[in-house]
Design a protein around this ligand. Sequence first.
Ligand code: C2E
Ligand code: MG
Ligand code: MG
Ligand code: MG
Length: 277
Amino acid sequence: KAKESGKTSIQYFDALILNDFLQNVAIENKLKDAVFNQNFTLNFQPQYHIKDRKLRGMEALIRWKDSDGKMISPAVFIPIAEKNGAIVPIGTWVVEESIRCFADWKKKYTGHFVLSLNISAIQYKKTDFVDIVMQIIRKYDVDPHEIELEITESVLIDNFTEMTEKLCVLREYGFRISLDDFGTGYSSLSYLKGLPIDTLKIDKSFVDAMLVDDNARIITESIVYMVRKLGFETIAEGVETNEQFEYLKSIECDCIQGFLLGKPIPKDEVEKLLLRS
Ligand code: C2E
Ligand code: MG
Ligand code: MG
Ligand code: MG
């Protein structure tokens, strides 16, 4: 129907925007209660070394079931929380809860693995961010060398110098820094060389396209090659098939994370996984 006349199509479009807007307002309202009641949980997704399929780490991923019992994706509510500031208490909760779990696993499991945390640009910008993270590290007595803080390119765009200085401070404390979703932002290859990072995560969109599209394959291959030459570790995100795994292995990507080897799982399942590996 929207195609019948220009006028209807515009009204239809407006209705969609309005609907989106109302949905976001509803989410924003529920989010306030969720923060107050700490209605979140964490899942953890394993990451593996490609060479020997040994466990490399676990990425903490937040989960939220709203008051109606509906799961709302972090891809939907995190951007809303970033706009209204709720990301600060939510983000602190994620850091504390995931490190508490990690410390618990470390008591039962002696193998080496890393805990990866998604940290929002808003959190990095807070002047007390480093202090808060260090307080939590000391409280649970974990080694910062085993904690990896993920950043996205958007963190760097606003204020490159200030951000890289903060990342350097975090690395001096021993934290690992990882650049998440690489290739989706306004990636500039020139900034990579000066960046205080340890790991670069190649976005799922490249993994999805690399065996379908020649250009995507060439780009993925070149990224892996270049990143390795720069001395960073590479992780491919969203690996779902054996073909993707084998291809990434052939181009010497270091690690993978994806449904092929493991979906995000709750804390107790992580324990079982650790005992098995
Ligand atoms: P991300 O950090 O890039 O996390 C990877 C996302 O890809 C996760 O979605 C994960 O479940 C999904 N994924 C992993 N492997 C596969 C695969 O093989 N196939 C498919 N289809 N998906 C896969 P999730 O958990 O829905 O999180 C979405 C995004 O929300 C995250 O992307 C991250 O940007 C954000 N996020 C999640 N938890 C947090 C958090 O605690 N704090 C912040 N600031 N952001 C978070
Ligand atoms: Mg991430
Ligand atoms: Mg990612
Ligand atoms: Mg993402």
